[in-house]
Write a protein that binds this ligand. Structure first.
Ligand code: UDP
Length: 317
């Protein structure tokens, strides 16, 4: 009897033990994919994938994706999520950040080309730098300080987008580019320095909540399940130009600190600390493209998402 081709798609997720990579892996498994996760645990954690031990559809390879990726099996989708992603991580790991965004993207694209797989790069709102256009639309080219402390991340991701488009144009690889805005949820590292784990852990411990600068800078926070759904839809779409995925509900960091103190029922006071260099003054995605092309918009309200996030951090603090 002739063998029929298995309909089960295989996805490779780089950074599978990270915050976003592990949530993406869970979603793909729940949608019937086989997942090969790759991570070198520089900023990822085995705790994020421990629940997948024994899952026949999940295979894990401990590897640095800047090295050649060898896989002896068919692959349908490559999702390149490996990278340090918080300002203190890329300050501590500037060379690894530059390498994974450049050499790592090259290797992941090479894998996709070799396998005839579709490729998606996890890009970032950081490519807009300290934006002069607000809210940020995908057509905006950005305002990045190449030699500043965030340059290693911003430029690595800008290079990654350029490399992705080069493989698309030159090698006809099917590619997708998602620009991810601030995201929060369970599995963020308590000490990754980002504002959500910082404020929540400080508030839970009734310690001072550290607002940088005067707290007038803005961000817009997307709950992780919304973000991952948007990214999945982008990969499955036929759109090959960048798409912003994020939640457009914008607030100042001072408002956010007050919200965290309120939702944790904390006795913490707010203290002001120096603003880090090149900290973007405002950030909010224009998500018109995601709405029209992917029929996607965020569903989880901040209060609801924070409830789960705070519950998670209470188990870690
Ligand atoms: N921030 C803050 N206190 C902290 C950590 C961060 O006020 O303890 C501010 C930071 O200056 C920035 C915003 O919160 O304006 C978001 O910072 P995060 O590191 O989460 O990510 P970014 O959006 O800057 O990449």
């Amino acid at each position: 009897m002739a063998k029929t081709k298995s309909p089960q798609p295989t996805s490779v997720v780089t950074g599978a033990a990270g915050f976003l990579g592990s949530h993406l892996t869970d979603l793909l498994l729940s949608r019937g994919h086989r997942v090969i996760g790759i991570d070198n645990f520089v900023t990822g954690s085995v705790d994020n994938i421990a629940h997948l031990g024994g899952n026949r559809n999940f295979k894990f390879i401990q590897q640095d994706v800047t090295e050649f990726i060898f896989l002896d099996e068919p692959v349908n989708y490559v999702w390149h999520f490996a990278s340090p992603a918080s300002p203190i991580d890329y300050l501590e790991l500037p060379i690894q950040t530059l390498k994974v965004g450049s050499l790592g993207t090259h290797k992941a694209l090479g894998l996709a080309k070799n396998k005839g797989a579709r490729f998606l790069i996890a890009s970032t709102s950081e490519i807009y730098g300290d934006p002069l256009i607000h809210p940020q639309v995908e057509e905006y080219w950005g305002n990045v300080n190449t030699i500043g402390p965030r340059g290693c991340y911003d430029e690595a991701k800008r290079f990654a987008e350029a490399m992705t488009m080069a493989y698309h144009r030159e090698h006809k690889v099917e590619t997708r580019i998602v620009r991810i805005f601030n995201t929060y949820g369970p599995r963020m590292r308590l000490k990754d320095g980002r504002v959500v784990p910082a404020f929540v852990s400080q508030a839970i411990k009734n310690k001072p909540v550290t607002v940088f600068g005067n707290g007038s800078q803005t961000r817009s926070f997307c709950y992780v399940s919304d973000l991952i759904e948007g990214i999945y839809r982008l990969m499955m779409s036929d759109y090959d130009l960048p798409v912003n995925i994020g939640n457009p509900t914008e607030m100042t960091m001072l408002q956010f600190a007050e919200e965290i103190i309120r939702s944790t029922g904390s006795k913490s006071k707010i203290v002001f600390k120096p603003l880090p260099q090149d900290d973007p003054k405002q950030r909010k995605p224009n998500i018109t493209k995601a709405k029209s092309i992917l029929k996607w918009e965020p569903k989880v309200a901040l209060a609801e998402g924070l409830k789960d996030t705070i519950a998670y951090f209470r188990t870690k603090v």
